[in-house]
Design a protein around this ligand. Sequence first.
Ligand code: SAH
Length: 279
Amino acid sequence: MNARIDFPRSLLVGGHTGKVHLVGAGPGDPDLLTVKAARLLRDADVVVIDHLVSPQVLAQIGPQAERIHAGKQRNHHTLKQHEINALLVSLARQGRQVVRLKGGDPFVFGRGGEEMQELVAAGIEFEVVPGITAACGVSAYAGIPLTHRDFAQSCTFVTGHLKDGSAELDWAGLARPRQTVVIYMGLTALAQICAKLVEHGLPADHPAAVVQQGTTAAQRVVTGTLADLAGRVEQAGLESPALTIVGEVVKLREMLDWYGVQPAALPVPASAELSEAFA
Ligand code: SAH
């Protein structure tokens, strides 16, 4: 690894130093990559890969690119965050076009901000390419609109990775009616999260869902209520990555489920309903 030398930024940008592109890979389906992300993956010199990126997205990387797995995938060495930061700086200083590929959107629970701060400190040029965050991609493929005029006027994204118990989340705020709560990284603490929401005022029969590996062929969805969701999810054996969606909007899945559903199985609206819908 190169020793760290602090050149002035003005000497580095646009000159002999490479650039780091912090790219959102979306939730799994490669068709959900942005046009810009797909182009950068095709042309990169080196791609530093997060553990959440799907094999189908990795297949879009050009054959010339070196691949470095930085994530926590089994059989891969896990780099600590400060090692990843140093690696990005070092690769860029070799004059290479670096793609730092993150699941979903790099600025949503992705530590993208921390990595970019390090690049700024080292005077390395960078850009950020947003991706479809799991909340948006996964809910769409599960047939659950995050907002709906009849059910939810706001939507909150939180991390369910509870460090010391549950103290750090604003449970009273999350239990407010007419909103949707999307919980990233919440599978381990699912029972505790559901219990806290009920304790703070949501009804035990409030609808909720867990979606495993959304937008991929391995997508599985379990729906239930705050009272029974954790048990159902355990029984079904769902695993990470999984996203939890809490709110009345979950009920809409009964009608709007579309992903992987055969066309013949979709309900055909009666003609009167159709003309009303298009009126
Ligand atoms: N930056 C990412 C989130 C990283 S945190 C984004 O914007 O989506 C990792 C968490 O994201 C997982 O624990 C899970 O809760 C969620 N997640 C990511 N991809 C997912 C997928 N395909 N299906 C379900 N949950 C997913």
